[in-house]
Design a protein around this ligand. Structure first.
Ligand code: NAD
Length: 474
């Protein structure tokens, strides 16, 4: 960002963006595609710098994880938008009822104007850039507020975007909760917030003052249900991938497992073997990540202590190096069996490499456990298609679902992604994301000749006849 811009207050930046939007109008499809392509090239050019910045911010994260879970998904989302933009932008013809024919009705998708984007620390790049790309595709200008817990990545994002866009098109505001609180009071045309449910409540209140429409991408406890007899090495590999990528610091990580009571010991053995195969050097493996900061590291340890104090069995899994070799803020993968429902680990979003196992005797108990909690962001089911899967999907309500997989619904660009209730509001990805950041303007164009001329004052016999025809019994 340049000299004068740094001095601008957030309101001034917003005013500059709004002014530029009103001055220039909606960008053409060519301009939008050019912006997306510029973004794509810059991401590829900065790939090494991005993976290094993220790893430094976390203390350690495998560059492969950043490549796959941040850079690849973002590039894929941009390619998706480039491929479908023409169709998304096209006005949509709508039905016109008989009295108004031969008029025409259509919906025009118009950019909303200036979109605010607030991002969390856990995937500091993709959760900033996918909303950014969506907002640009929909023809908007964007103000971004990345997380203060990943300062190197946030700084790199700021530098990257300042080199790509003028500040009245894309601007980055950095800072902590105070800046975030100020940011959320700005009179944006739409605000996309990704973060915790607790802060999401505050954001909604702040946005309400200006009636700013919101997309809230929040968190919660996402269950993984394994059907009786569906416990295979493939199922367990998928759970290890979902739970231990980014050391469990994934909003849609399987938070806890719902498992048939007879499968527990078999599961522990399979999970232990899978963790050993994924991470041959234990928690010091290059592909195993660190916890973002001391506060979260101690929070996770407190969850374990609380569960143990309440009678749960703590089961260490995977290879364990001698403590001298441990990496700071690195928590080894752990299973927890028999934590009571009111223990902290069964109540709070875990966001770490700890997997509690909640057993069921009859499959419908699993449905009851899910429905007793807040509606989750993601639901995972492992098992055959058929009645159990159908019942689980029909009788639970969650943001998204992956069957026989974890996390992968996020990478389906054509599916809406979002939560429901405490896990979020609205969605991005897919046409839903484009539409969330567009105004669906209904337009009716009257024809020269139309029936409605017959229904105006002075009313009389003609109106009686038309009404009798229109309101006839069928
Ligand atoms: P967070 O809510 O603490 O922070 C998110 C953003 O809000 C950051 O930019 C932060 O600076 C800002 N912020 C913090 N305190 C604020 C305040 N008092 N007022 C205004 N702004 C404030 O979330 P986090 O810890 O960065 O991220 C983890 C949470 O995010 C988890 O709950 C996770 O499930 C959720 N999450 C959800 C998704 C999703 O797509 N649904 C994705 C990733 C993370």
């Amino acid at each position: 960002m340049q000299g004068d811009d740094i001095l601008m207050t957030m309101e001034q930046r917003l005013a500059a963006q709004r002014h530029a939007f009103l001055r220039d109008g909606a960008p053409t499809i060519a301009q939008r595609k050019a912006a997306l392509r510029r973004l794509r090239s810059a991401i590829l050019a900065q790939r090494g710098a991005l993976t290094a910045a993220v790893s430094a911010d976390f203390g350690h994260r495998s560059p492969y994880e950043t490549d796959i879970l941040e850079i690849l998904v973002t590039v894929q989302a941009i390619d998706y938008l480039l491929r479908h933009l023409k169709r998304f932008m096209q006005p949509e013809r709508r039905h016109v009822a008989l009295p108004y024919q031969a008029g025409r009705a259509y919906v025009q998708y118009q950019p909303k104007g200036v979109i605010g984007v607030m991002a969390p620390w856990n995937y500091p790049f993709s959760l900033t850039f996918i909303p950014l790309a969506t907002a640009l595709a929909a023809g908007n200008r964007v103000m971004l507020k990345p997380s203060e817990l990943t300062p190197r990545t946030s700084q790199l994002i700021e530098t990257m975007l300042a080199a790509l866009f003028p500040a009245d098109e894309v601007a980055v505001v950095t800072g902590g909760p105070d800046v975030g609180a100020g940011f959320s009071t700005l009179a944006f045309d739409h605000l996309v917030f990704t973060g915790s449910t607790a802060i999401g409540r505050q954001i909604m209140q702040a946005a309400g003052k200006n009636l700013v429409p919101l997309t809230l991408e929040l968190g919660g406890k996402s269950p993984a249900v394994v059907a009786p007899g569906a416990l295979t090495a493939r199922t367990v590999n998928s759970l290890v991938f979902g739970k231990l990528s980014n050391a469990g610091q994934t909003c849609i990580a399987p938070d806890y497992l719902l498992l048939h009571q007879d499968d527990v010991e078999n599961f522990i053995a399979l999970y232990d073997a899978a963790v050993k195969a994924f991470y041959p050097d234990g928690p010091t493996s290059h592909d195993y990540g660190a916890i973002i900061n001391d506060r979260h590291y101690h929070r996770l340890q407190d969850l374990l202590t609380d569960a143990q104090a309440r009678g749960a069995r703590i089961v260490p899994v995977g290879h364990r190096p001698d403590s001298a070799a441990e990496r700071p803020k690195t928590l080894a993968p752990t299973l927890i069996v028999g934590a009571p429902d009111d223990s902290r680990i069964m109540q709070e979003e875990i966001f770490g490499p700890l997997l509690p196992i909640r057993t069921y005797a009859a499959f419908d108990e699993a449905i009851d456990v899910i429905n007793a909690g807040p509606r989750p962001l993601a639901l995972y089911y492992f098992g055959p298609g058929g009645p159990l899967q159908d019942r689980l999907l029909a009788r639970t309500t969650s943001g998204n679902v992956s069957v026989n997989a974890t996390l992968l619904h996020f990478a389906q660009d054509d599916l809406p992604f979002g939560g429901i209730g405490p896990s979020g509001m609205g969605a991005y990805h897919g046409i839903e994301g484009f539409r969330a950041l567009s105004h669906a303007k209904g337009v009716f164009i009257q024809s020269r000749w139309h029936f409605t001329d017959l229904l105006r004052a002075p009313f009389g016999k003609l109106a009686d006849a038309v009404l009798a025809f229109m309101l006839r019994r069928r």
